[in-house]
Ligand binder design. Structure first.
Ligand SMILES: Cc1ncc(COP(=O)(O)O)c(C=O)c1O
Length: 578
């Protein structure tokens, strides 16, 4: 199937492909019911207790269902091309069918005892995603999560495991006078050095347990360090860009790192991570003796859709590893932008050179977050966590006597994932969707390329409404942001006008966009250079912008785009005249 042959891909904003979908849906139901009937076909048939209660039961279900369907009339129409709000849009037909087919099985990926087919599909779907982002599926590992937040937590869990092992070894070596190197150095020593030292001193993992802050707790280790080394326990830090998603402060909170342990790196004037600032923070961590649990870069930032220079971050960390012996975990939060990797192999790829280089650097990361429930057009809840090699997948062993022991680490399960019960609907949806829309430029990638082109058309249309529309650079992906300001407007006045446009949008159900505030603390360069364009005064601490995510699949149609652009222009013009 080609991208242009989209009739079987999406239902349509008005159910235009409803018949095609109904036929597929009826077939799915028929086969599902047949499967039930045939599985244990010699068993006695179940009959409801009495025909009367049976019928009244059905009526009750019908009536409750009507009520629910009525309520859903008011749900946010995320399927519609008029919805340009958050990172969500309509889901594809194959993804929906894959999801629904598995839903009837209610398979639980916690264990292969509860999902034998689901587990196999999970491995296949993870391989498809790994291949899409350039990883070799053979050594790669990963699993599905309920979303990007959980995938980010999975990365912290594993980075912490690794750091804790290396640090615990350092403590043992110092305690036994085998080393006088700072603990910071041991916390980044790398597996080869770790294994060599363990072997040299005849150590096994249980020997290090008394020095593990994960097992003993940071407080106990803090006391221990003061007693034995006359130094503070080296509390780890997370180095994140100022454009980070709020899941990162959440992770620090959940993993007990504390707010102070989240060190922010500056952004450039486009809102992308500055490698120079990152280097400064790594040097600072070294001076302060604060081990770096991980460095995060973002591919597809939540607010602006920008792609951090992942390749430059990888170069920097390679340099620290090769020239200073410091192994630092690099996580790519590609919850939004990871699917753009599917566009890389085609000649028609319209990503910028910088974005291409960043996306091609994925195999150099320690771990990656992807969200099929965003640009994969897969139903919620479907995120994915990937690592390029099994070493980075290691976590502490958790024992549950009533569940199958993991004999084959290739299958993720209850003991290797943060979440226990996990739906198999995500893998099934990704798997079926990739059969129809391959995860390369012949399928999904071509589709996303179109989305980038449409975003550019929107950019032109919106910016042409008035000279007071101040577009932000949105060249990396398909998120558009703009502020409203006349020449010389102070920032607070510009924010007031931008808020008026948003308030007008919100009054009408015709179009949905969102608003965000870019703080000078995190987006200093971008805010200053944007406000300088209209010669304004920086009299407040953030820049308010209207934000639109141009990912809806129905925007590939000229008539629809025209209609929405006209509406957008009218709405902005009206708000500006108020
Ligand atoms: C960059 C980034 N990371 C992580 C997340 C969290 O994903 P989820 O909402 O699926 O938990 C998001 C969500 O928008 C995101 O944009």
């Amino acid at each position: 199937m080609t991208v242009s042959d989209k009739s079987a891909l999406f239902i349509g904003p008005q159910g235009e492909q409803g018949e095609v979908f109904s036929a597929l849906w009826s077939h799915l139901l028929k086969v599902t019911m047949q499967r039930r009937a045939q599985r244990f076909e010699n068993d006695p048939e179940w009959q409801p207790i009495s025909v009367e209660t049976h019928n009244s039961g059905h009526e009750a279900v019908q009536s409750a269902l009507e009520q629910l369907l009525g309520l859903l009339r008011e749900e946010i129409p995320t399927f519609s091309p008029r919805y340009l709000g958050h990172m969500v849009s309509d889901v594809s037909i194959p993804a929906l069918l894959g999801h629904m087919a598995m839903l009837f099985e209610n398979a639980n990926l916690a264990s292969r005892e509860a999902a034998v087919v689901g587990s196999a599909l999970e491995t296949e779907a993870i391989n498809l995603l790994a291949n899409m982002v350039g990883l070799d599926p053979k050594p790669a590992r990963g699993h599905f999560t309920s979303g990007g937040t959980l995938a980010n937590f999975e990365a912290v869990w594993r980075a912490r495991y690794r750091l804790d092992h290396w640090l615990a070894l350092g403590v043992w070596l110092k305690l036994n006078q085998h080393s006088d190197a700072p603990l910071f150095e041991w916390a980044h020593c790398g597996w080869p050095v770790y294994r060599e030292q363990m072997k040299r001193h005849g150590l096994s993992e249980p020997d290090l347990v008394p020095y593990s802050s994960v097992v003993m707790g940071a407080l106990a280790m803090s006391r221990f360090a003061r007693e034995h080394f006359d130094e503070e326990w080296p509390e780890p830090v997370l180095l994140v860009p100022g454009n980070k998603h709020y899941s990162w402060p959440k992770a620090a909170n959940i993993f007990g790192l504390g707010r102070e342990a989240v060190w922010s790196c500056d952004l450039d004037d486009r809102g992308r991570l500055s490698p120079l600032s990152l280097k400064g923070q790594i040097d600072r961590a070294k001076v302060e003796g604060r081990p770096i649990m991980m460095v995060v870069s973002v591919a597809g930032t939540t607010e602006l859709g920008m792609i951090d220079p992942v390749d430059k971050v990888a170069d920097l960390l390679d340099d620290f590893r090769e020239n200073r012996g410091l192994h630092i975990w690099h996580h790519i939060d590609a919850a939004y932008g990871g699917y753009f990797c599917s566009a890389l192999d085609g000649e028609a790829c319209v990503l910028s050179e910088a974005s291409e280089s960043a996306l091609r650097a994925f195999p150099r990361a320690s771990s990656i977050t992807l969200d099929p429930h965003k640009l994969g057009f897969v139903p919620y809840a479907c995120g994915a966590f990937l690592v390029p090699d099994a070493n980075a997948y290691l976590v502490s062993n958790i024992h549950a006597p009533y569940l199958e022991e993991v004999v084959n680490a290739e299958f993720p399960s209850w003991s290797t994932t943060l979440e226990g019960s996990r739906a198999a609907t995500g893998p099934s949806a990704v798997w079926l969707s990739a059969k129809i829309m391959p995860l390369d430029s012949s399928g999904h990638g071509g589709f996303l390329n179109t989305s980038l082109q449409i975003t550019r058309a929107f950019y032109e249309a919106v910016s042409s409404v008035s000279p007071d529309i101040r577009m932000l650079d949105s060249s990396d992906t398909n998120v558009l942001c703009f502020a409203v300001a006349a020449e010389g407007d102070a920032l607070s006045e510009a924010n007031r006008k931008t808020d008026a446009v948003i308030a007008d949008f919100r009054k009408s159900p015709e179009l949905s966009a969102t608003r965000t505030g870019l703080t000078i603390e995190h987006y200093g360069e971008l805010v200053k250079s944007t406000v300088a364009r209209w010669g304004g005064l920086l009299d407040t601490d953030q820049l308010t912008v209207v934000r639109m995510v141009i990912m809806n699949p129905y925007l590939d149609n000229d008539a629809i785009v025209q209609k929405i652009q006209t509406q957008l222009e009218g709405s902005i013009r009206y708000a500006l005249e108020q």
